[in-house]
Design a protein around this ligand. Structure first.
Ligand SMILES: [Zn+2]
Length: 425
């Protein structure tokens, strides 16, 4: 058993007094008012007299946050830690895709080693879960998928990882991509991806039919990049909601970005949010400068919403540093939030929201995989971060670098470093 003494729990700081938190078998087993005693010796004897290890951690009045998650990552394209590379894309979606295709092989590390580098940064920032897309196309085949898969598997003891076989250059537009996606799913991809069925692949029926057929054939989930705005995006969202309902895939389908929710009149947005909620479609956002999602309307419908970083200093963008608390700040900033409750809501999206995305939470609160008890209740997995801050809002504003990160009650990162170091390379 482990006891974490004298911490303040998200989101009830600073009103509530400090508590002591008990952890057993990797889960929270009790919360009680802090007794104010000094931490006990590192082990004691149980009532029967046998040695029962009781680790005691001095929380020192820090805030205990549920761990964070990057549920929209591209571990195969990040360039974190590499020599900075000037931006060379032309600003169009196709231009970004081809710029990455021309340059990704010239990185300073292999895909697996670069993914490993980013994973360590993400965990050290407070993340214990990552859903990463891995590009699958006629140029790279399954090479990038294999690199991301190896890196995630090497961290299976400290990280919940999911990998999306992502057709970054379309499915209809390039020959052989359907077969490559099929192969990736056979080799263990957790989800099949998609990309702008109408405006990039120009054949929404073929694109979505292929994605849903592959998911059905392999019993896997779906996560579709949808940059389409306006009526084009509304059309694609309607098609995705209808197909999700027809296939009985509530909790298994995610739409990433969903810029249509930011670029249509309010009545249309309300209507499509109702349809997505009814179908059990989840959403992810990367907190872009343009494309802020209607978070209040999403929360009102109990739609699942998670936060991701997207690219991290890659051929697409110089932004992104692997720090999920800093990305939470960006989510609050792009929304223009100032109220503590709103900023705490952003932290909730970055933590429990992402957990619900990856567990396949359904509208009734149940989950397809993993554990439906998200957060800081008794019985929930003891995945958390200790941060030295006055309040949750100040933690998001200041992003203190010195964080202790725990997975299943075990310290896995401290002071910005993953304990045990890199697993590959
Ligand atoms: Zn993306």
């Amino acid at each position: 058993m482990t006891t974490v003494k004298n911490v303040r729990l998200f989101p009830r700081v600073p009103e509530s007094p400090a508590v002591d938190v008990e952890i057993s078998e990797g889960r929270f087993s009790g919360f009680s008012p802090a007794d104010g005693s000094s931490p006990a010796p590192p082990s004691t004897l149980d009532p029967e007299g046998s040695a029962a290890a009781v680790d005691v951690i001095d929380g020192a009045g820090r805030i205990l946050l549920p761990s964070l998650g990057d549920v929209h990552a591209h571990l195969d394209s990040n360039r974190l830690g590499q020599t900075f590379r000037p931006h060379t894309a032309d600003g169009t979606l196709h231009g970004y895709i081809m710029n990455d295709r021309r340059n990704w092989r010239h990185g300073e590390r292999s895909v697996g080693d670069q993914a490993t580098y980013a994973i360590a940064r993400i965990i050290a920032s407070g993340g214990t879960r990552i859903r990463s897309h891995a590009q699958v196309d006629a140029d790279c085949g399954l090479e990038r998928f294999h690199g991301v898969k190896a890196a995630l598997e090497a961290h299976a003891d400290v990280l919940e990882g999911q990998i999306v076989a992502f057709p970054q250059a379309g499915i209809v537009s390039e020959k052989g991509v359907r077969e490559l996606l099929d192969a990736a799913l056979s080799e263990g991809a957790d989800l099949v991806g998609g990309l702008d069925p109408l405006l990039y692949d120009r054949d929404p029926a073929s694109h979505l039919d292929t994605v849903f057929a592959l998911a059905d054939r392999h019993g896997k989930g779906i996560d579709i990049h949808l940059h389409e705005a306006g009526t084009a995006g509304l059309f694609s969202l309607e098609e995705i909601a209808a197909r999700t309902r027809a296939a009985g895939m509530a909790g298994q389908v995610t739409v990433s970005h969903a810029f249509a929710l930011n670029t249509n009149p309010e009545p249309e947005v309300a209507g499509i949010l109702d349809a997505l909620a009814e179908a059990g479609v989840a959403l992810t956002t990367v907190a872009p400068a343009k494309g802020v999602l209607p978070q209040a309307a999403i929360a009102h419908r109990r739609l699942t919403l998670g936060l991701g970083e997207d690219g991290q200093r890659d051929c697409w963008s110089p932004y992104g540093d692997g720090d999920l608390l800093r990305r939470t700040w960006q989510l609050a900033f792009t929304n223009g939030f100032r109220l503590d409750a709103d900023i705490e809501g952003c932290l909730d999206i970055a933590s429990r929201g992402g957990a619900r995305v990856m567990a396949g939470a359904r509208p009734d609160g149940s989950a397809l995989i993993g554990d439906s008890r998200f957060g800081l209740g008794v019985g929930a997995p003891a995945d958390f971060v200790l941060v030295d801050a006055d309040t949750v809002t100040s933690a998001v504003m200041d992003c203190p670098p010195d964080r202790d990160v725990f997975k299943a009650g075990r310290l896995i990162a401290s002071g910005g470093e993953l304990i045990g170091g890199a697993r590959l390379g």
